[in-house]
Structures are given as C-alpha cells and as structure tokens.
Design a binder for this molecule. Structure first.
Ligand code: MN
Length: 224
C-alpha cells in the first residue's frame, strides 16, 4: 500500500543537547493568560476559564529563521510565550499529575495578523486566519525538564516590548494541561503556547524579533 500523493513531511523542532528532533502533532494556544494583556485586549482577567485556539503543526518556524511578511495583513504582531512540549498524552488529567506529561519547554512567538483578528472578533467569526497562517509559530529549541519561573521578554530590533515573569500567568502550566485535557485527548508531540504578557505590538519588514525566557534558548525570527 502506498499513498496517492507524496506523504507530507513530519514537522519537528530542535531539542537542546541532541541532534534528535521533537516531532510535532498539534499546536494549541491559550488565548488570554496574563492579566495585563487581557486588559490591553479589552477583557476581564478574573472572568473566564482559559480558552484555546490552534495552529497547524506545519506553521512552525525554528529560531533563526527569516520569513516573508505574511500576506493579507498590514499589522503583524509578536506575542512572546512559554511553549510546553508534551512527551505523553492523556485525557481528564488531574492538575497534580499534569506536569508528568511535559517533555520540556521552549520560548515561542505566537505571530498574529492583528488586523484580521480584530475583524474576526468584530464579526464574531473564527480566529483561524489571524492565528494559523504559514510560519506563524516561532519556536526555539526545546529544553528537557522543568521551568517554574523566570523572566519572559520580547525584543524587537533591540527595543524591549514585552517584559514580564512567568509567575504572572493566570493559569499555570499544570492548570492549562489539565483543563485542555478535558476538552481533547492530549498526545505526545503536542505543543501548548501558554499565552502572552502585555506589550504585544507590530513587527515591521526588516525587523528581528527575539523572545527570551530565563533558562531557555531564544526564539528569534526576522521578517523581510
Ligand atoms: Mn498568543
């Protein structure tokens, strides 16, 4: 038995300290997970459980890449985020068992076509085309093990645009995994972008955007 068209390549991400790769299955993203960012986007940080959207696994871009400015937008935004890589799956995972699913962590940039997102919100339409476009998931090398706290920053051409601490998350990693596992059966190879702090803003053509998280390799992308 063969395939009727060539089988797509399996997307994957580098792992620190090895030439082996982390294979990707799905990419889940938390909508609002830092109080200041929730307020800057017009929401109430105390009101809601986390909500999720997705990106295609092959939207992933590794750190150091140069990407074309995406089509259909004039307002490409950066969102610095901690990315969780799952080494095991599960459903209805209790909070106190959730971190056992984690393979490691990476710095990430949830690239967003903010103008399309604003239009989708206004029309009560899905976010897919504002979030899940080509090259929209920048991910640094995955570091195996745990990360409890640390500074998360975004720097655009040397200017710090986002500067926060991971302990400012409304929903910590274990809570995100537990809640999401009640919505879908999580699988090894899934990534979870855990939301962005305040200070999101544009990346212009020619600029380089670095997401830096204490203890992790940076996630760097240049847009041309
Ligand atoms: Mn985001």
């Amino acid at each position: 038995m063969g395939f009727v068209i060539p089988a797509p390549a399996l997307p994957s991400v580098a792992v620190e300290g090895t030439t082996d790769r982390f294979p990707l299955r799905r990419i889940f993203c938390v909508g609002r997970n830092y109080a200041e960012h929730t307020r800057e986007m017009g929401g109430d940080p105390n009101a809601e459980p986390p909500f999720f959207f997705t990106k295609p696994a092959d939207a992933v871009v590794e750190s150091g890449a140069t990407i074309p400015y995406p089509p259909a937008t004039t307002d490409l935004h950066h969102e610095a985020e901690l990315v969780v890589a799952l080494g095991a799956g599960g459903r209805d995972v209790p909070v106190d068992q959730a971190l056992a699913l984690v393979y490691g962590y990476a710095a990430g940039n949830d690239l967003t076509r903010r103008d399309l997102q604003a239009a989708a919100k206004a029309a009560r339409r899905p976010w897919d085309m504002s979030k899940g476009f080509d090259n929209s998931a920048v991910v640094g090398a995955i570091r195996q093990g745990s990360i409890a706290q640390g500074r998360i920053r975004c720097v655009v051409d040397g200017v710090v645009t986002q500067d926060a601490d991971l302990d400012e998350m409304i929903w910590p990693v274990a809570g995100i995994i537990s809640y999401l596992s009640g919505l879908v059966t999580l699988q090894a190879g899934d990534l979870i972008f855990t939301g962005t702090p305040a200070g999101v803003g544009p990346i212009a053509r020619g600029q380089t955007c670095v997401v830096d998280i204490d203890g992790l390799s940076p996630a760097t992308v240049t847009v041309i």
